[in-house]
Unconditional design. Sequence first.
Length: 311
Amino acid sequence: MTDTPSDAISSSVSPSASPSVSPSASPSLTLLGLGAMGTAFARAWLAVGYSLTVWNRTPSRAEALIAEGARPAASAAEAVAENGLVVTCLLDDASVGAALADADLTGKDLVDLTTGTPSEARTRAAWAEARGARFLSGGIMAVPPMIGAPEAGGYVLYSGSQDLFETHRTTLAPPAGTRFVGGNPGHAALQDVALLSGMYGMIAGAAHAFALVRGEKDISPAEFAPLLAQWVAAMSTMIPQIGEQLESGDYESGVTSGLAMQVAGIKTLLSTAQDQNVSPELLTSVFDLMRRRAETGGGREGFAGMVDLLG
């Protein structure tokens, strides 16, 4: 779905650090869900003096936050009634629907940080709007220790109501940087999953690399790790090039090592894995795609053409 001009992507990530505020000026919000991530968000808001109402299905999880200044609510509906801004950070989309089933959302601003699919986010947005609320979906690109720590570089992708985002941008900032990625409510979840997919692919390659060297007595995995990290970082410069090629449709522009040459080297990679008694299973699907693209006229291309084979 193409965003309208008014939904243009906000490309900068605003910092997650915010100055403390006086009680009289303290923004107020409600948070539903106090798992590890929800608790980290709660503490980040409390640390800068925000007025926070919390609810969790297991009330005992709120005890530590209450001691730090949070106000407990006996039910999700009661918590929602306390503030105009409501943030959900629950197990899954079904949990969001169950928690808000009896809540009056009329006039509320609902920000859903629950991990879910793009289609779930779009459906939840329509559900919220039908109940009189503005909706914003969030994709958290961080782990709990990164929340409230601006130097860690964590951020949250937001999509949906741009007016809601602009209204509460400052309030949403203390836990992590904020990035608005468009008016389609599913785009935060989609880019969240896309980024995680890239991470898992990187980790798969790293796992294979460590497996290759681990059996050698005179190669320390800990000493090898910086070399691997530096190499992966250097090769990551190919990613912007792939994006540009997909935009232009010219998959050969700027390519220095075409797929034909890359495919010729696969035999060496597989033979080395066999010699080291390492399974090649983490790499074979990539190699298969490379061969297929090269054999169908993409030998002079880089990796962009493989995207076409995927969908």
